[in-house]
Design a protein. Structure first.
Length: 390
């Protein structure tokens, strides 16, 4: 009899909990909705205005954005404006009580491995990671690897990255702390290090992966024509030298300055269409032809490496949307695909501190290979355990 009574009580308790949860409603804010939309059947207009003022007093940057998650239950409403904040509104007749919960962020480090079959983004997705990690990795290696010309099937990568969690959910990536990339058999290691406010990625010998020039002025497009002394022009239909590299890309694709410099020309002519010429140190110049439009730059503007200077188009004498990118030094054109940019190095005073600081990163990424047999044989035989070359 006692056992039956206990079972009856437990059954009623489970039913009560289930019924309470079943009455909860999850809603995503749609276009045109406001706090009045959510609370109009619970509170008066005057009380809703007071509620909005109190929420903004407690959470100054609060905005009810499209997609905000709202949990509605009989006695309360919880707003989640971002992954770290819950605003619980307890309903008391025509009054309210607000509790704001700021959830802590927990950061863990994780290793991701991948093998390229078609593209870096696809390889990252197959590794179970987000596309943003592919772009982060490409940003690190953009001075070493041309991701739309030099990437090959079978290339591999390993990434030691920070992952951030809140409310037991993944909310985004932090820094990449270390990475290995094997591109066409060439082993490239990147180690994160910062000193005196300077942050960057270096190889095991302390050479910066950032160089004077980017490998290319666009990301994730394809080369449609290379640098050559003689080519049949697709519009003029006669053989002419082609002193640049053509990158095919959709109209409007952002074009990046490949190095720091000063804008010499930002203008239109009938051959180049809209084009930009930038002067750099040591007599270098870069040219960007056939733009659809310019970014907010003008002649004489100082430009930083990676800044957007314009957008892909097909102005001037052009057979379709593309960027014609050229490099000159001392008035002579250079092949952008074979051009070697000078290395940047850590100051001598920082080199010992760097080696000590990156030891834990080197150990973590090296140890990861032992846990994944597919990658244990990929390192070049000339590479030491710290990633430096023999």
């Amino acid at each position: 009899m006692h056992l039956r009574r206990v079972l009856l009580v437990l059954t009623l308790l489970v039913f009560t909990i289930f019924s309470a949860n079943a009455s909860d409603k999850i809603h995503k804010i749609q276009t045109g909705e406001s706090l009045f939309t959510i609370f109009s059947d619970r509170l008066s207009a005057a009380t809703i205005l007071n509620l909005e003022k109190e929420i903004k007093r407690l959470v100054p940057d609060f905005t009810l954005r499209i997609g905000t998650i709202v949990k509605i239950s009989p006695a309360s409403v919880t707003l989640s404006p971002d992954s770290l904040t819950d605003i619980s509104v307890k309903l008391l007749d025509d009054d309210f009580d607000i509790k704001v919960t700021n959830h802590p962020v927990h950061t863990v480090t994780s290793i991701a491995h991948g093998v390229v079959e078609s593209s870096l983004t696809d390889a990252m997705a197959k590794a179970g990671e987000g596309i943003e990690l592919a772009f982060m990795l490409a940003d690190i290696y953009e001075w070493e690897i041309d991701f739309f010309h030099a990437l090959r099937k079978g290339d591999t990568f390993s990434v030691l990255v920070e992952k951030k969690f809140a409310k037991d959910r993944f909310i985004g990536y932090g820094k990449i702390l270390a990475a290995d990339f094997v591109n066409q058999g060439r082993f490239l290691r990147a180690l994160y290090y910062e000193y005196n406010g300077v942050k960057g990625y270096y190889d095991a010998d302390g050479k910066s992966l950032k160089k004077g020039f980017l490998k290319a002025p666009l990301k994730f497009t394809r080369i449609s024509s290379t640098y050559t002394g003689k080519r049949l022009h697709p519009v003029l239909n006669k053989y002419l030298p082609h002193h640049g590299v053509d990158y095919a890309a959709p109209v409007g694709t952002p074009i990046l300055a490949t190095a720091d410099g000063t804008v010499l020309n930002r203008e239109y002519n009938q051959f180049n269409g809209n084009y930009v010429k930038i002067r750099h140190l040591n007599g270098y110049e870069t040219l960007y032809l056939h733009l659809s439009k310019f970014a907010k730059i003008k002649k004489g503007s100082r430009i930083s490496q990676g800044s957007v200077i314009g957008y892909v188009g097909s102005t001037g004498i052009s057979s379709g949307p593309h960027l014609d990118y050229r490099i000159k030094q001392g008035g002579k054109f250079l092949n952008p695909l074979t051009f070697t940019s000078p290395n940047l190095k850590l100051p001598k005073a920082q080199r010992e501190a760097f080696k000590e600081a990156v030891k834990p990163l080197v150990a973590k990424i090296n140890n990861a290979y032992g846990r994944d047999i597919r990658f244990s044989f990929l390192r070049d035989a000339r590479v030491r355990s710290d990633g430096s070359m023999m």
